[in-house]
Design a protein around this ligand. Structure first.
Ligand code: FES
Ligand code: FES
Length: 947
């Protein structure tokens, strides 16, 4: 093929360079080829700003700017030209100090955009900063934006000469404890410099032998595969091989092992193919992969692969899949394949009859997309000793090895997983599908391979939050004391059973949490459907539960004529009250938390009332919840090694997802080794390579801070004991060597044996190592003409024990808030075209997220937790969406039962209300009578007790 090249002279980061590029190349293509890899490709469609650079001082999204459209001698600036490690630009320093960096994938784009802003306006207001980022489409999925604005304001003050670099630099106080401080993340320096390598950056360093992969994905929801024609593709230039299921050397089925203590499970867990051969189970399934010398060649050939289908009925909701006449999605399993009942107290049917007030509703939640800015990417190659090396975004490194070994046809010992720097995941990369896919391609070609999905490919390939449909009712007595709760939840877990059992038991823990609900009858059922498969997502299982229960709390309060905030106070669990699973809560800070929030609530309520106009309505909503930390039969291992120079290396696989595994590891290690008087920089982190680090378990269930924290304590105690001399001083490295004392110690922590399971017949039990509690307050404004709701203010009172690092935890809180707002108002994955892009799927931009947001910590020490702390991350995403919905109700009088609360939905409900019509969601037909199923499980429980 004839190729025309264009030559230009550009001044790149201050140096005149001549460059050449193809006519169709974007500026991002060119810059990345020049090695300027701070230019990050997220959406590749002008929607996220991660590729932002400056051209003659203007912000340009380089993924949509053709290089040929940049005029000769233009000055192009990328993050590589901003500052150095020894001489940071004030913006870079501020981003580190104020916690603007989590995964860091958006960071280069924000920094370049902010630089242009401060050149144009050295003294912006906070809102002007927000407007600027909004105009330039800078999107961050991690931080909730506020820390980014804080950073820009702080840097601007330095640049105006009103503050010094010293003022905006965190100073470690010699000898002081760093646990519980705002000590910055060790990983943030590389991220603000733009030198941190993510998967696609690592791929660019692979040898010339490396092949590029492109996927062929199904464009139908459910079909039999009659044939795959790929001759034409295989004969195209540069194509080395078209890989199909026939090339997979193992079983081709990911092994999803239901954990111990599962609910009733009627499947074998062997349902998730790496490459589909006989059947398509969902839109986006991979049917073939093209391996070629260049990405362009692979992508062009992938378009020529033809899949011949016989379409089957597509079930895209629980109700469709659970219908009596539905065919099976997986031959070996009924569509409704998991059931978990919950019994607490007496028969609720009788109690409802005698209760003074009751409220009832049918609620649904969407298949919320995770929407990281970085699409999925992975690389694989044969390494030394015949080991298959897989570089990926996994947050479950050792767990993924177990899941993919049989499926790719290698023993676990022959697989090594390395975590690339991750540009966001929020749970989807718990699945082993991407590591498995690249591994089978490397094995089929015997070449190094790399696969980076386009954003739409990523959207359709990776799992989503499971959709849910819940019928529920709640009753109370004349004083507002809750008497009974009933719920029947249908969870649409999509095509595959990944993490399905854990999810089912999670849902029955949080309806009624953290209150005293004396009598409950509930049932969670999970189905296969042809939707995208359900996978972990921060707060896994709880947002579906709170959607029903925290809505009902407000609805019942209204029935009883009690303020919803005070209704929560009346019902918040007190010492001795039992959780929905008939266990003691591990702590009872609920009323203290409400007392801390009350002044905000009262003030905001009064202000909202005053602000109301004919065009804009204002309202305030509350939600109360939290999450569980860890699980039973869990373990985590880390290692600490004394180095020759007196420093210590910490080895673990606490996966770094942007949540702060680096600062968590550092803070725990620093605290545990206080006696050695190490400075923070004397603690080296060696993380996330299964070839060199022990199994610390997955970054899930909010478990890592807790589990890795205890493991660190155990390893540290061993190391200190080994170093301690009889006089109490410590041996040096050379003394240890001289005396033949080992310098490396492992610490393994196992969750306590009294942490039981959730009983599959009754729902009783704990199945976690800790608990946390979150109280949210949201103020919204609703535009009466359009129905558009906007969150104006947000407060969080949280109790997660002693806070390990204030910067990281605040970051999780504000990031969780932004996901809650998105979940409530905009995010969805239903329409395969519209929701295939980041913007189309409803990712919130900076003006969608309130700047007036704050976290208040109520720190009840956790006796069971390391350093009296416990995990936190997921709690902040558990129930905030319902605070937003409750605020919409407070503002307008309309209740939204089905997410997202899109403007047209709110508008329609307001119109109906104005016409005097009842606004209510029809009861979901979940395919069975709940009490019939509960009778069945009650009988089972009795029979098992008699045995
Ligand atoms: Fe360029 Fe998203 S705007 S990658
Ligand atoms: Fe902004 Fe992760 S830090 S997307």
């Amino acid at each position: 093929m004839f190729v025309t090249m264009i030559k230009r002279n550009f001044v790149i980061n201050g140096t005149l360079k001549f460059v050449t590029f193809e006519e169709g190349d974007t500026l991002a293509d060119l810059l990345r080829r020049l090695g300027l890899r701070s230019v990050k490709i997220g959406c590749n469609a002008g929607q996220c700003g991660s590729c932002s650079v400056l051209v003659d001082g203007d912000v340009v999204r380089s993924c949509i700017k053709k290089a040929k459209d940049i005029k000769e001698h233009s000055a192009i600036e990328t993050l590589e030209g901003m500052g150095t490690a020894k001489a940071l630009h004030p913006l870079q320093q501020a981003f580190i100090t104020y916690g603007a960096v989590q995964c860091g994938f958006c960071t280069p784009g924000f920094l370049m955009s902010a630089k242009a802003l401060l050149q144009a306006n050295p003294n912006p207001t906070r809102q002007e900063v927000r407007e600027w980022f909004n105009k330039h489409r800078n999107i961050c999925r991690c931080t909730g934006y506020k820390p980014i604005v804080d950073s820009v304001m702080a840097a601007a003050a330095v640049m105006r000469g009103e503050a010094s670099m010293e003022d905006i630099t965190y100073h470690y106080e010699e000898g002081a404890d760093i646990y519980g401080t705002s000590h910055p993340r060790p990983g943030s320096l590389a991220k603000v410099l733009g030198v941190c390598d993510y998967g696609e950056d690592f791929a660019a360093q692979m040898s010339d032998e490396a092949l590029h992969l492109a996927v062929v994905q199904a464009k139908v929801h459910h079909a039999n595969i009659l044939g795959i024609e790929y001759n034409e593709a295989e004969n195209m230039p540069g194509v080395v091989k078209v890989i199909t299921a026939a090339d997979v050397k193992g079983s081709n089925i990911l092994r999803i092992i239901p954990p111990l203590g599962s609910p009733h499970y009627y499947s074998d867990g062997l349902d998730h193919p790496i490459i589909c051969d006989k059947k398509i189970f969902r839109y986006g399934d991979v049917v073939a992969v093209v391996a070629a010398h260049t990405r362009k060649q692979a992508r062009m050939a992938a378009e020529k692969v033809k899949v011949i289908y016989e379409e089957l009925p597509a079930y895209l909701t629980f109700m469709e899949a659970a219908a009596k006449d539905a065919i099976r999605v997986h031959e070996q399993s009924p569509n409704v394949y998991i059931e978990q009942p919950l019994f607490k107290g007496g028969d609720t049917r009788e109690i409802f009859k005698t209760s003074e007030y009751s409220a009832e509703g049918s609620f649904s939640t969407t298949r919320q997309p995770h929407l990281p800015i970085e699409p999925d990417t992975a690389q694989a190659y044969w390494g030394e000793d015949g080991v298959m090396m897989i570089h990926c975004k996994s947050q479950n490194l050792y767990g993924n090895i177990a899941a993919l070994a049989d499926s790719i046809g290698l023993s676990k010992g022959k697989i090594r997983l390395v975590q690339n720097t991750v540009g966001g995941s929020f749970g989807y990369s718990m699945s082993a599908q991407m590591p498995a896919l690249v591994a089978v391609c490397a094995m089929a070609t015997d070449k190094p391979v790399s696969l980076t999905l386009s954003y739409p490919e990523h959207q359709h390939y990776t799992g989503k939050r499971s959709a849910s449909y819940t019928n529920a009712r709640l009753a109370c007595d004349k004083d507002g004391k809750i008497t009974a709760l009933e719920f029947h939840m249908g969870i649409d877990h999509g095509a595959y059973s990944d993490a399905s059992t854990t999810l089912t038991t999670k849902t029955i823990r949080f309806l009624g949490y953290p209150y005293n609900v004396p009598n409950i009858r509930g049932l969670s059922q999970m189905c296969f459907s042809n939707g995208n498969f359900g996978i972990a997502f921060r707060a896994f299982g709880s947002p579906q539960a709170y959607m029903a229960s925290e809505s009902l709390i407000d609805m019942l309060a209204a029935e009883a004529g009690i303020d919803p905030f005070e209704f929560r106070y009346i019902n918040a669990a007190r010492e001795g009250d039992l959780s929905p699973n008939s266990m003691s809560y591990r702590n009872y800070p609920m009323r203290e938390m409400l007392d801390l929030m009350r002044p905000y609530y009262k003030q905001w309520k009064e202000e909202a009332k005053r602000k109301n106009t004919a065009d804009k309505k204002y309202g305030v909503g509350v939600s109360f919840g939290g999450y569980h930390v860890g699980k039973s039969h869990d373990s985590a291992e880390v290692a600490l090694e004394l180095n020759e120079d007196g420093s210590v290396s910490h080895y673990n696989t606490w996966e770094e997802m942007g949540q702060g595994a680096d600062i968590g590891t550092l803070a725990h290690t620093y605290r545990c080794l206080r006696e050695l008087n190490l400075r923070p920089e004397q603690i080296h982190l060696v993380q996330n390579d299964t070839g060199t680090c022990p199994n610390t378990g997955s970054a899930s269930s909010s478990r890592s801070h807790h589990m890795a924290g205890w493991a660190t304590k155990i390893a540290a105690d061993k190391l200190l004991d080994a170093m301690r001399k009889p006089d109490g001083s410590f041996r040096s490295y050379s003394e240890m060597i001289r005396e033949g004392i080992p310098t490396k110690y492992f610490g393994k922590y196992e969750s306590p044996s009294d942490v039981g399971h959730i009983d599959k017949n009754t729902g009783h039990g704990f199945d976690s190592v800790g608990q946390n509690f979150i109280l949210n307050l949201a103020e919204v404004e609703v535009d009466v003409k359009t129905g558009k709701a906007k969150v104006l203010r947000y407060r969080i009172v949280s109790d997660i024990g002693i806070v390990g690092n204030r910067l990281a935890v605040t970051g999780q809180a504000l990031g969780g808030m932004s996901h809650c707002v998105g979940f409530a108002l905009t995010e969805n994955y239903e329409d395969m075209k519209r929701h295939g892009t980041m913007a189309g799927a409803g990712i919130p931009s900076i003006n969608d997220i309130p700047d007036d947001a704050e976290v208040v910590f109520n720190e009840t020490p956790r006796e069971y937790g390391p350093q009296n702390s416990t995990g936190c991350s997921e709690s902040y995403q558990s129930c905030g969406h319902v605070a937003v919905l409750n605020a919409i109700y407070d503002a307008t009088g309309v209740r939204i039962y089905t997410l997202p609360a899109a403007p047209e939905k709110i508008k329609e409900a307001m119109n109906a209300l104005n016409r005097g019509e009842a606004v209510r969601q029809e009861r979901w037909d979940l395919g069975c009578d709940m009490f019939e199923r509960l009778n069945h499980f009650e009988a089972k429980a009795t029979a098992e007790k008699l045995k």
